[in-house]
Design a protein around this ligand. Sequence first.
Ligand SMILES: NC(=O)c1ccc[n+]([C@@H]2O[C@H](COP(=O)([O-])OP(=O)(O)OC[C@H]3O[C@@H](n4cnc5c(N)ncnc54)[C@H](OP(=O)(O)O)[C@@H]3O)[C@@H](O)[C@H]2O)c1
Length: 338
Amino acid sequence: MAERKNRQWLLSARPHGLIKTSDFKWNETVVPPLKDGEVLIRNLAFSFDPTQRGWMSFDTYIPAIPLGRPMMAAAVGEIVESKKPGFAPGDLVQGLFGWEDYTTTDGAGLFAMQKLAPGTDPLLALSLFGITGLTAYFGTLAVGQPRAGETFVVSGAAGATGSVAGMIAKIKGCRVVGIAGGPEKCAWLTGEAGFDAAIDYKHENVGEALGRACPKGIDVYFDNVGGEILDHALAHLANRARVVLCGAISQYNEENGVFGAGPKNYFNLVFRAARMEGFLVFQFAQSYPEAIADLSKWYAEGKIKNKIDLAHGLEHCPETLIRLFTGANWGKQLLTMS
Ligand SMILES: NC(=O)c1ccc[n+]([C@@H]2O[C@H](COP(=O)([O-])OP(=O)(O)OC[C@H]3O[C@@H](n4cnc5c(N)ncnc54)[C@H](OP(=O)(O)O)[C@@H]3O)[C@@H](O)[C@H]2O)c1
């Protein structure tokens, strides 16, 4: 068989502060022969996730990506060769693949390779029905446990996870307040996304705005950003509130990252008999099918909007990842190969 060329982005440096395009190196190579138990995947679409900043730097819930290896991403691709039982050429699969034309993998690990039904839209599989939608679903319902009439506040609200979390809380009958950067994103939240109020953290005093938007306090706070916004939310908790620790993107580029400064107002958890709980979406893997069934129904009913921000071309992966940390993305950031 003729050699297959493989264009790829290698991780070339551990980032300091904001990721730079120079943290990656473009490489052109050929695909090696497959070993038993492996498949060769032609990548079709990549997901961009803030957690990739951690994978570039240190061991998280997966080992740090080694320098000189392809940058990894949640992705959808098509199998072109297989030496793995149960997987055949033509199968559409989702998993953790490299920023490259072709990925050779055994498909094992925390993001174990999954087959997708023929005809599945890769963009939907990587957004509402992928990690993003599932994170919003379990973070909101299993951890936050909102009840009708309660006040639900979400940060990173115009992002992939935050927007879906807020829409799910709306379905459950909550008053929903979103915190996002900029007037356009806030207008979208109170318009198309159906939130009750939005706070522009780049132009408003978040503490005062939360006081106005949540006169009875916050019952559920779904935190995607950490830092000062988490502190403001902690100061406004209602009795028996639930704080859902989903992410802390405001801290990911700080010198000590998520291991730097902790929340200042944590003692309000005592005064309000409240709880704060972190979660990883993978802990709910057994329940993904029921979550996808609910999300599919709400999507079909128009109760959940799946906003996608789409980039094109493997060569644009590095700058596309950086968009998450400058707030340039709006909704789920994805990239297709063409
Ligand atoms: N626990 C889990 O299992 C799990 C799974 C998936 C994701 N997550 C976490 O969920 C969060 C959202 O992820 P996502 O994939 O949905 O990304 P996203 O929200 O679509 O994109 C990131 C957004 O974060 C906001 N942001 C960036 N820097 C910020 C800062 N310094 N302060 C405040 N906001 C900032 C930006 O929006 P603005 O324009 O509004 O600033 C940006 O659009 C992340 O923290 C991620 O790590 C957790």
